[in-house]
Design a binder for this molecule. Structure first.
Ligand code: DX5
Ligand code: ZN
Length: 229
């Protein structure tokens, strides 16, 4: 297993395509196999069409692995879920700029996350320009750039959207702000390096880690190899 300091980026598995009949075992396999943190996708059937899971599954992952845990809230009213997620063990609450609706509302949500003792992350959909987040960078702990339309695992990444990662990375450097840039959607071993070289420091990987052909540990080893410095 290649240690994180010898890799260009961290891997955050998403369990959306895991086998929920054996969830704790899948979590333990990925934990031992090189997952760096957890990325848990909460969907409400409104902000995105599907429903996924809520605080009970967050708590189950929390109980099965000690690693850092972020909740990606694809929900229309994220603030209403913050306390539930925090109490279940989420350490970073990632809400969508599109759900917040304005920079002012996003700033308020970030403050609510901090008041709960959590980090605040903001996610943006493919059609939202990255510049919309620039007035907020001083209040955030992470930006998550979607490379797919949110709602479903197993889609193909639009790598043209890495231009947003390059622009954000340059902006953060110019402002002297250090924070993770996370990308989400369609990350595989064959494109992971390009994502990290664009400036992403956390790569969410769902179907690349939890699929029928490979164990989570084997899949993570391939991703680590692709990211070796
Ligand atoms: C989709 C989610 C992603 C997704 C990742 O809306 O936010 O986290 O499940 O899965 P893959 O890696 O399969 O695109
Ligand atoms: Zn996600």
């Amino acid at each position: 297993m290649i240690p994180v300091e010898a890799r260009l980026a961290q891997i955050a598995p998403s369990i959306l395509t895991a086998d929920f009949g054996h969830l704790a075992q899948q979590i333990r396999d990925a934990d031992a196999g090189g997952a760096d943190l957890w990325h848990l996708d909460v969907m409400d059937g409104h902000f995105v069409p599907p429903l996924s899971f809520g605080k009970e599954v967050i708590a189950a992952v929390r109980a099965a692995s000690p690693r850092f845990l972020e909740a990606h809230l694809m929900v229309a009213r994220p603030g209403e879920q913050f306390a539930h997620m925090a109490h279940a063990g989420a350490q970073r609450l990632v809400f969508h700029y599109e759900a917040a609706g304005s920079a002012e509302a996003a700033r308020d949500l970030a403050r609510q996350a901090h008041d709960l003792g959590c980090e605040a992350g903001i996610a943006i959909n493919p059609e939202t320009p990255i510049e919309a987040l620039y007035p907020l960078l001083d209040t955030l702990d992470e930006v998550l750039v979607m490379l797919i339309r949110p709602g479903w695992g197993g889609q193909q990444a639009d790598l043209d959207l890495l231009s947003k990662v390059r622009a954000l990375s340059a902006r953060l450097a110019a402002e002297g702000i250090a924070m993770p840039i996370n990308i989400d959607g369609g990350v595989k071993a064959h494109n992971a390096r390009a994502c990290a070289e664009a400036g992403a420091t956390i790569l969410v990987a769902g179907s690349a880690v939890f699929n029928a052909d490979q164990t989570p540990a084997d899949a993570l080893a391939e991703l680590h190899d692709a990211l070796a410095r």
